[in-house]
Ligand binder design. Structure first.
Ligand SMILES: *Cc1c(COP(=O)(O)O)cnc(C)c1O
Length: 467
């Protein structure tokens, strides 16, 4: 064995203790460190300077080099005032689970050698209860909501092609007419998933209700009528990016009595409305979907990268994702095939462990608390924007995102200037957006550590950035 490797093997305890010290220092500093930083535009070029060492320096020295080179450039996305992406951070239990997932290093692909696949299925079972989904839903972990959308839409494509007598997984979709996909305000990753599936970035836009991002169900029914029974896909959106608006999933599912469509629900973070009696009505009807996307690295507050995909059609899912080889076990639904046969990945990380840990550690009330606290913060910030002369609230705060802009008719440049100033100030991080054509900003609350005081700091920083 290489001598440096041998040394590290013998110093394992010291190395792990170093990691613990490093982690504690990072987490302790999170609330006071700049929340985000500007990496500049030359990072690829800069990243091509480092020489691969002929002889490694060992872990302690590598860590020292890393923290010197990159420590100051890390963002505070795990902390309480990163309101850019719906990032969530990691609860203590999730973090511990994630560390141990690396320690255990299970390959959660086949059922042959480890209990880990069973832990994944148990975690899915816990999550079904949290989201009010019946046990007719199968579920697995994937790397994020984009891949979850891909898995759902791949099954939809399989389903639709079968109605034309084509097994798309075997024959491809070359002989088929385009499969219509209908949606009002889909997330950009729906287009990406469609592109990956060979269906093209083609969505039939359905009008929204006036002043809303939610679908006009009457207009949807008319469009379905016009398709004259041709199989199609409806993407229901449970939590849009800008205003966290929800399609009326119950009304959409009633359309199933008359029309021939697959209902895929994208509830990447909106699905967590189910955690609070105050908001659960927003996702009523989600349980009637054919496939559902919900992220774990957002509001479940597990580390990147993790999401769930749920489906009521295991046969279709296996038809698409089976990876037949004798050593990978059975592939038909009645023989409970290994998880390798369910999603794009073959080898899979033990992603369920952080989720299992955090669900068991905090339970229903823990998640109700996180969701309700974050929503109250978004609501409070929205009220400040609505009452202010410098800002303008653009939409009611439906859940955990505040969508607002500068007073008057701001240009995107003006919005970006304020947001850049805010980022460089370091107290808080928000992202720009465009809502109904208006350049805007959004503050997304999704971190278990965020307190009302953080919303107040955010508001103060916003006002300071105006001068
Ligand atoms: C974040 C998000 C996605 C994409 O999620 P990733 O986990 O980044 O792949 C998809 N849909 C919605 C509604 C989202 O909010």
């Amino acid at each position: 064995m290489d001598q440096t490797l041998r040394n590290d093997q013998q110093n394992r305890k010291q190395l792990l203790e170093t990691a613990v010290r490093e982690a504690i220092a990072f987490l302790d500093n999170l609330p006071t460190q700049p929340v985000a930083m500007n990496p500049g535009t030359r990072h690829f070029e800069n990243a091509w300077h480092l020489k691969l060492p002929a002889n490694g320096a060992g872990t302690i020295e590598a860590l020292a080099q890393f923290t010197t080179r990159y420590g100051p450039g890390l963002s505070g996305s795990a902390g309480p005032r990163y309101l850019g992406f719906v990032t969530g951070g990691a609860t203590p239990a999730a973090l511990l689970g994630d560390w141990l997932a690396a320690v255990y290093d299970q390959n959660v692909a086949a059922n042959e050698d480890s209990i880990a696949p069973q832990v994944e299925q148990e975690t899915i079972h816990l999550l079904r209860q949290m989201f009010g989904l019946p046990s007719t839903f199968w579920g697995t972990f994937v790397s994020g909501a984009t891949v979850s959308n891909l898995v759902g839409l791949a099954q939809a494509r399989q389903w639709a092609a079968l109605q034309h007598g084509i097994d798309a997984a075997e024959e491809g979709i070359y002989s088929l007419e385009p499969l219509p996909v209908l949606s009002a305000t889909p997330h950009s990753s729906i287009y990406k998933a469609l592109a990956m599936l060979g269906m093209g970035r083609q969505v039939m836009p359905i009008p929204t209700l006036p002043g809303r991002e939610a679908v006009d169900v009457t207009a949807l029914a008319q469009q379905l009528q016009a398709l004259e029974g041709q199989p199609c896909v409806v993407v229901g959106n449970a939590g849009t990016v800008n205003t966290v608006d929800f399609d009326d999933l119950q009304a959409i599912s009633r359309l199933k009595n008359n029309f021939n469509f697959w209902l895929h629900v994208d509830g990447a973070f909106g699905g967590f409305a189910a955690c609070s009696p105050r908001y659960t009505q927003l996702v009523a009807g989600m349980e009637t979907a054919d496939s559902i996307t919900i992220d774990a690295h957002k509001w479940l507050n597990v580390p990147y990268d993790s999401a769930m995909q749920f489906s009521r059609h295991p046969d279709l899912q296996l038809a698409v994702f089976r990876n037949a080889a004798v050593y990978l076990g059975p592939t038909s639904a009645d023989e409970t095939p290994g998880l390798v046969h369910w999603t794009p990945q073959n080898s899979r990380r033990f992603r369920a462990l952080p989720a299992w840990m955090t669900l068991m550690a905090y339970g229903r009330t823990g998640y109700q608390d996180i969701v309700e606290r974050n929503c109250a913060q978004a609501e409070w910030l929205g009220q400040q924007a609505a009452d202010s002369v410098q800002f303008r609230l653009l939409a009611p705060v439906n859940l955990n995102v505040t969508c607002f802009t500068l007073a008057g008719e701001p240009t995107m440049i003006q919005v970006q200037q304020i947001l850049a100033r805010l980022r460089d100030d370091g107290r808080v991080y928000l992202t720009p957006t465009q809502y109904k054509g208006i350049p805007a900003m959004r503050a997304a609350f999704s971190n278990w550590q965020t307190e009302m005081q953080d919303a107040e700091i955010c508001w103060q920083a916003l006002q300071d950035a105006m001068y």
